[in-house]
Design a protein around this ligand. Sequence first.
Ligand code: NAG
Ligand code: NAG
Ligand code: NAG
Length: 403
Amino acid sequence: MSPKLPSHLFPWLILLTFASLCFFYSFLSLNTFSSSSSSSSSPTSYYNCNLFRGQWVLDPDRTPLYDQTCPFHRNAWNCLRNDRQNMSFINSWKWVPHNCHLPRIDPFRFLPLVRNRNIAFVGDSLNENFLVSFLCILRVADHGAKRWKKKGAWRGAYFPNFNVTVAYHRAVLLSKYQWQPKQSEAGIQDGSEGFYRVDVDVPADEWAKIAGFYDVLVFNTGHWWNNDKFPKEKPLVFYKAGQPIIPPLGVLDGLKVVLTHMITYIQKEFPGKTLKFWRLQSPRHFYGGDWNQNGSCLFNTPLEENELDLWFEPRNNGVNKEARRLNFVIEEALQRTDIQVLDLSHLSEFRADAHPAIWLGRKDAVAIWGQDCMHWCLPGVPDTWVDILSQLIHDGFGGTGKL
Ligand SMILES: *[C@@H]1O[C@H](CO)[C@@H](O)[C@H](O)[C@H]1NC(C)=O
Ligand SMILES: *[C@@H]1O[C@H](CO)[C@@H](O)[C@H](O)[C@H]1NC(C)=O
Ligand SMILES: *[C@@H]1O[C@H](CO)[C@@H](O)[C@H](O)[C@H]1NC(C)=O
């Protein structure tokens, strides 16, 4: 474009380009729709745009779709109620993918699109964080939303005006696992109190039998695969076909084996018309120490792109390196499946400013657990995850154009 163009014309040019793209696309899709397949593992949206790469842009007019009164909040993430400072500034950032526009979810259009359909998140509390954002957004378009907790779900909601259920099935390792107290005759002789038996080839009861009910599934695991959750005295011991795996696997190798089995199960158990997603790790932002070493995230603005490697690149051996390391293992395991990768890690890496930090709603919380630089304030970053997921669900169900 000519640098001489008057700058007031730019918005119009962009709009015009966008409008013609939309027109072209809807024309195209009329002709090709019948032959297009709904299951695609490409992380792109309707005009070949990668929603996962971009930048956060300040947009002072942006306001969240819900507030602290949403009945589905979890107290520790309800940063408005807990008076986290600067929340309106924190929520004025908009994720702008390179070369395209990420539409914001419109719950009044999304709920009719998924009428008579059900959506589940399966995994750890970062997927619960995702769920809460989704429920609070959808409730805007159906105030009759009711708590729902069936079929092994940890929590969820039913939207009566649209006959839609959205729920979270808690299964932090995805595989079945259970505590085995130490027995005097047999067992390990290393001073441990017992161990957690993980059956690598058995999905946890909480989600093993949900096939047939859900039309969209969003899996994750990763945040529990570490020595904080399972220290030496209470280690994970991996079993296959009912027998301990010999020689015993370390945590990362255990994760690899579990992923292989769970992904095989998902491919077999959930028919092709089920939209299947796997969301990658949510990055943590502990600064100056880990969660139990007074690590802190009292930031006012997102990180700059050139700071990200310093925080997250495993070679730099920082406190928050595990997300990228685990993503590498997970992406490898998902190759050649019909499970779409939701790479929400990169966009979230910027947002050191958006965790509950010390505003947890309980005076003693920080003294006991440290700051929370892992989960996200709501409203907040997970609302952008919802924008992306809802667009991909829309595309997956054969919708064309913008949601
Ligand atoms: C609600 O949706 C389910 C599918 O999830 C369907 O079986 C049922 O018939 C629907 N109910 C009504 C009243 O449409
Ligand atoms: C964390 O901070 C407290 C209070 O300032 C201090 O007593 C403690 O030693 C610190 N812990 C670590 C691991 O730095
Ligand atoms: C809020 O964010 C702005 C912008 O970075 C900063 O100048 C201000 O100090 C912040 N206020 C608080 C209370 O953190």
